[in-house]
Ligand binder design. Structure first.
Ligand SMILES: N[C@@H](CCC(=O)N[C@@H](CS)C(=O)NCC(=O)O)C(=O)O
Length: 209
């Protein structure tokens, strides 16, 4: 059975557990990271030298990097529509997954650490700046969603999982009156994401910290 190391309140772990639930893949989850420690134990460092979560093991193969884990699990166990095989459709999904890690994550990290993890250590002006930057970044996705149900078209894919977990933090941590732009396509998309049982079970019902 697939083994997953990582605490359930980590966004990156949530992505992996959410996918497993979406595709009905059984797993054995063990808490690790932050208050649970473990990531610097020799056996865990041997699996993941970055000392972060998630780490997974499948049939003797160990893997880290949440979005790569999503792609591995979806291509091995998932239905084709969640991670399409056609070159262009696959690249489209992957582009949004990389966008989540490289473009969306930096402002979202400042907001999360400033509002949840270490509020005393991050200046209010840095949080304000990150919210502005976050909103400009989310508006790219809002525009993408103006004429489609899901990020890359008619079907729910890994792009939803990678970005949806982050959207939960955006809508939970940034008040409506702090958001200056009306992003109705994004909001409508997020209500579709929220309606998924696997999202609720692995993301929105888990305390932020
Ligand atoms: N790029 C990595 C980042 C992994 C990462 O930074 N994980 C965080 C939790 S979201 C972590 O392990 N933090 C330290 C800890 O929890 O001990 C991925 O996407 O898997």
């Amino acid at each position: 059975m697939l083994k997953v190391w990582g605490r359930r309140n980590s966004n990156n772990v949530q992505k992996v557990l959410w996918l497993c639930d979406e595709i009905g893949l059984e797993y054995d989850q063990e808490d690790a990271g932050a208050e649970f420690g473990r990531t610097r134990d020799p056996d865990m460092l041997a699996r993941n030298p970055n000392a972060v979560v998630p780490t997974v093991e499948d049939d003797g193969f160990t893997l880290w990097e949440s979005n790569v884990i999503l792609r591995y699990l979806a291509s091995k166990f998932g239905p084709e529509q969640i991670y399409p095989r056609s070159h262009t459709m696959r690249a489209d999904v992957e582009r949004w997954m990389d966008w989540q890690q490289t473009t969306l994550l930096p402002p979202m990290t400042t907001i999360f650490w400033g509002r949840v993890r270490t509020p005393d250590a991050i200046r209010a002006s840095d949080i304000e700046e990150a919210i502005k930057k976050g909103e400009r970044t989310w508006s790219i996705l809002d525009n993408q969603l103006k004429d489609r149900l899901w990020i890359t078209g008619d079907t729910f894919t890994l792009a939803e999982i990678s970005i949806g977990a982050q959207a939960w933090r955006w809508f939970s941590l940034v008040r409506a009156d702090e958001r200056l732009m009306k992003q109705s396509h994004l909001e409508n998309w997020f209500s579709r994401v929220r309606a998924r049982r696997a999202f609720d079970h692995n993301v929105s019902s888990v305390p932020l910290t």
